[in-house]
Design a protein around this ligand. Structure first.
Ligand SMILES: Cc1ncc(C[n+]2csc(CCOP(=O)(O)OP(=O)(O)O)c2C)c(N)n1
Ligand SMILES: [Mg+2]
Length: 312
């Protein structure tokens, strides 16, 4: 969680000063979900993400230097500088891909889960998406098919109450996303997405069900993003600012998943404060090195624009 947070926050400056030019959707505040879910998976399991997926990539074991290089559009990035922040991929560790079309990767995850079932691979696929994706028809088609075929897929909905600047209360009659799995006879849960231990427990149970051929599972993780929809505070182009009420943001800051877990660890004498501080320092160094690596990386060669697009 600390690696994700520090890596995300390290982009604030480069975004504001124009060094990073692609749209960047920061994951700060939602770290417990990526960390908790991915801790319940093995390397051979698959995950698919969305436009806000740096955290999923890191939690699944993606290389931080390649992530940062990708966000700078460099040739040594995880998508070879062709994708930027919203097209993060690391198939070698099961991060099969991410894309900014809202709900766009859900049917891709479904296909991966179908393939795993046909090949009897015992592999679990997690599809991460936001509350906004619950307004897209393809999610319902995918849930129906997954339930019909008993696919080993976890629909992981990160409900942060906003779809860009639209509060959930203005687009759903009730804030009850986990209920949408029930008409398809999918086991559906809602859990505090800022409590990493709860996230881990519900995910471990869901992974176990999928491995025993008792998938799919739907999980709604209730959470909040601590930054604006895109960029640090939504005013990169200085056209608009974060429209969310200040009191609401302040309320959620108190539920910061990292601070909560640190407090738990200290209170229960599981870890010493000095160890937490050491982790912070180590991660700070790792993030600094990742930026240095990214800045030194060359941009992709324009003559190789279509390389990786077609397979001969
Ligand atoms: C099909 C589609 N419609 C609209 C958009 C524009 N858009 C980009 S992100 C976003 C909001 C997504 O909200 P949510 O799924 O809740 O994810 P969050 O940003 O909160 O993580 C929208 C509407 C898009 N990328 N794709
Ligand atoms: Mg949202």
């Amino acid at each position: 969680m600390v690696r994700i947070r520090f890596c995300e926050e390290s982009f604030v400056e480069p975004i504001l000063n124009g060094e990073v030019r692609c749209p960047v959707h920061l994951y700060s505040g939602q770290e417990a979900i990526a960390a908790g879910v991915c801790s319940a998976l093995t390397e051979k399991d698959y995950i698919f993400g969305s436009h806000r997926s740096h955290g999923h990539y890191l939690a699944k074991g993606g290389n931080m230097q390649e992530l940062v290089a990708e966000i700078y559009g460099k040739g040594e990035g995880c998508s070879r500088g062709r994708g930027g922040s919203m097209h993060i991929i690391a198939p070698e560790i099961g991060m099969v891909g991410s894309a900014p079309i809202v709900a766009g990767t859900i049917p891709l995850a479904l296909g991966a889960a179908l393939a795993s079932k046909i090949k009897k691979e015992k592999r679990v696929t997690v599809s991460f998406f936001g509350d906004g994706a619950a307004g897209e028809g393809v999610l319902y088609e995918s849930m129906n098919f997954a339930a019909l075929k008993g696919l080993p897929i976890i629909f992981a909905c990160e409900n942060n109450f906003y779809s860009t600047h639209l509060p959930i209360r203005e687009c759903r009659p009730e804030n009850n996303i986990f209920m949408i799995g029930k008409p398809f006879c999918i086991q559906s849960y809602r859990v505090d997405g800022n409590d990493v231990l709860k996230v881990y427990d519900v995910s471990k149970n869901a992974v176990g069900l999928c491995r025993k051929n008792r998938g799919p599972v739907f999980i709604e993780f209730v959470t909040y993003r601590l930054r604006g929809h895109v960029g640090p505070d939504d005013n990169i182009q200085e056209t608009h600012t974060d429209i969310r009420p200040k009191e609401e943001i302040a309320k959620w800051r108190k539920k910061d998943p990292i601070r909560r877990f640190q407090a738990f660890l200290i209170k229960n004498r599981i870890i010493r404060r000095e160890t937490l501080e050491r982790i912070d320092r180590e991660v700070e160094e790792e993030v600094k090195e990742a930026h240095e690596f990214a800045k030194e990386s060359p941009y992709p060669n324009p003559n190789e624009l279509t390389k990786y697009v077609f397979k001969e």
